[in-house]
Design a protein around this ligand. Sequence first.
Ligand SMILES: [Zn+2]
Length: 307
Amino acid sequence: MGGALTWNRVPCVLLPGAGASHDGEDSMKIMTIYAHPADTITNCGGTLARHAARGDQIVALILSHGGRIHANKYAEEWRKENPDGDIATAGLDDIVANKKGELERAAEIIGIGEIITLDHEDTYATVNEEVVEEIAERIALEQPEIVICDHPRNPAYFDPHSVATQMALAALSRAGTYLRNLDGRDDVPVRQVFLSGLPVYNLDGLSLGGVRNDCYVDITEVVGTKLAAMDQFVSQGYHGVFARKLVESFNGEAGRAAGVNFAEAYVRLYNETYSHLPVTEAALATDPLTRHITYSSVNLRGQYPVP
Ligand SMILES: [Zn+2]
């Protein structure tokens, strides 16, 4: 592990420019662990773009090959009167290669330095010990300070994203207890895990028994970068109008809760410790009277039209 983290660990909203004083020499490494190729971009693409811009390293670990998830391009071709032969007869290798090309272009736009695809079937339904070990080994090799993955929400309901996170958390536990005597490698102390995708945007810690996202990253200044990355996922119909719908609604609602135009929301897995009570720059800068107007000022489709 490197030296002390210089990252601003104060909760709530990270303001644009708040990372400007970040010392590149002490840059941290973020590892994302998601089920499918596009998940990394839709959940935390804006956050990653901001961290990449200030010099942090980003590695995206993706459990499945993505060949079956939202295979719109191929399913839609079969609905046509005269399907294109190349598309209609594409096999798994072709479909996966096309999806990986989309992912690589999106990653380059965001500034993700490394992509690791474990290439499991998208249809996995349960936690798998071998996959847990694979993830743990990758965590040990990459040594990230920060991990981002999906919020497990309600694991009682089958959801590949919940299963992915259960495997990621099991892998974090495993990597955290590696012992050189037994495993040939040392323990990996990941410092914080940010869980994305909890669709709960209440404004305080008392509503709904306290279930909420407790940390928001302001992605307004990089929202065009996130859209451009999503525009690469043409084969699953995530480009164009859907990209704009998702950012307007999903990131717009997170932004409303955070008091900015567009945000990405997280639940932190571990407690945070401070020397004093934390108050963010965003909290100090907020004008409660005009907050709802300022966070509604970006005309997304006007500024970033469908290409
Ligand atoms: Zn997914």
